[in-house]
Design a protein around this ligand. Structure first.
Ligand code: ATP
Length: 361
């Protein structure tokens, strides 16, 4: 690697050891996060885990008691919000109701621009967010999705170094949310603007993010690509937050072999875990396979419920001995043939299994 490459590889934002207290509550605990230039990062996690607080610390609306924030190599930990050049979009569009769309967007521009410059910039931004022709409307004459596009255009107006979005789509109905999230992603890619978005919606994060930072009680518990978090979750909490995972009590019988509580044993990658250690085996509903002709049966289940998911059918089935519930996603045609009450023999492919310490979160 030459010196130029080394510089290019430096993240745009570097948060190190960020902590924040409100009263006696530690809301952020030693948060460390790198954000690459031009990337789309999502902060996700359950309600109250500290996502919004982290975003507010990042843009300077909250101070941090410990830690440092670097932006482009510059220490901005104690810089004012105004000097950080970060564009902000909130869940509530926060548009000025008495100003036209054009004037709402122009509000985000630096002082001292000529009328012509302002108009050109506003027109370009309206074009960018797909609202050409809406300049003279008032916010009340726009749909929720259109208002949020204006809010995004206003945040982009001063060409911020970072765009920060706090649940920008959560006030919209489900269909519009999905449409706007893909518009947002393609806009972000086209402009190449470094973006950090808070969302509690895991499917939204999986769909748009280059990188997801999953938070739990003020800490980042895992950060990585959507693929890494979904396919290689470090804990049961991560596995359960992004998608769904079934868990089965088991133990390591010997290196490369696990045994279920039912007594059935089969191969799995046990890594460095010693024989005799209790584990939880995880498998995603789409990875549970039906045992063909009775070969490699790990468990016999009884179907309790079927859920129509469109292209797939989700079966909720119980293991009668232990009472463990498992979900399986089968192609629609296959799923339809397994009715409530019927027995089902399943096979657990070794390459699809996840191993977690027994009882850990
Ligand atoms: N200004 C404040 N004063 C006191 N406590 C606060 C303040 N802001 C946030 N908190 C507390 O800090 C914790 C984290 O809040 P935060 O809004 O960052 O969570 P979040 O992950 O964004 O949640 P949600 O998804 O529900 O918006 C919560 O327990 C909240 O009550």
């Amino acid at each position: 690697m030459n010196a130029h490459q080394a510089i290019a590889a430096e993240p745009l934002l570097k948060l190190t050891g960020i902590s924040k207290r409100f009263g006696h509550q530690d809301v952020l605990k030693d948060v460390t996060l790198d954000v690459e230039a031009g990337s789309f990062t999502c902060l996700v996690g359950p309600s109250g885990c500290g996502k919004t607080t982290l975003l507010r610390v990042l843009c300077g609306l909250e101070t941090t008691e410990q830690g440092a924030i670097l932006c482009g190599g510059r220490d901005i930990t104690f810089s004012s919000a105004a000097s950080r050049n970060m564009g902000l979009v909130f869940q509530s569009y926060a548009l000025f109701p008495n100003l036209t769309v054009a004037r709402n967007i122009a509000y985000g521009l630096p002082r001292g621009w000529s009328r012509r410059q302002i108009q050109d910039r506003v027109d370009a931004l309206l074009d960018t967010v797909g609202l050409a022709g809406f300049a003279k409307r008032k916010p009340e004459e726009l749909s929720g999705g259109q208002q949020q596009r204006v809010a995004i255009a206003r945040a982009l107006a001063p060409e911020p170094s970072v765009l920060l979005l706090d649940e920008p789509l959560s006030a919209l109905d489900a269909q519009l949310r999905v449409q706007l999230r893909s518009e947002l992603k393609s806009l972000q890619q086209r402009l190449g603007v470094t973006t950090v978005m808070v969302t509690h919606d895991q499917s939204e994060a999986l769909a748009v993010a280059d990188r997801i930072a999953l938070m739990e009680q003020g800490r980042i518990v895992q950060a990585g690509s959507p693929f890494e978090l979904y396919c290689h979750p470090k804990s049961r909490f991560v596995a359960n937050f992004l998608g769904r995972m079934n868990f089965l009590a088991a133990k390591v019988l010997a290196a490369g072999v696990v045994q279920l509580a039912s007594g059935f044993s089969f191969p799995a990658d046990t890594g460095p875990i010693l024989p005799g250690v209790d584990i939880d085996l995880g498998i995603r509903p789409e990875d549970v396979a039906l045992a063909e002709d009775g070969a490699g049966v790990a468990l016999t289940l009884r179907v309790q419920r079927r859920e129509f998911l469109g292209s797939t059918m989700r079966l909720e089935a119980v293991e009668p001995q232990s009472g463990a519930m498992l979900a399986l996603d089968l192609p629609q045609r296959l799923g339809r043939s397994h009715i409530e009450g019927a027995e089902l023999q399943i096979f657990l492919p070794a390459s699809r299994l996840h191993i977690f310490p027994a009882g850990a979160r």
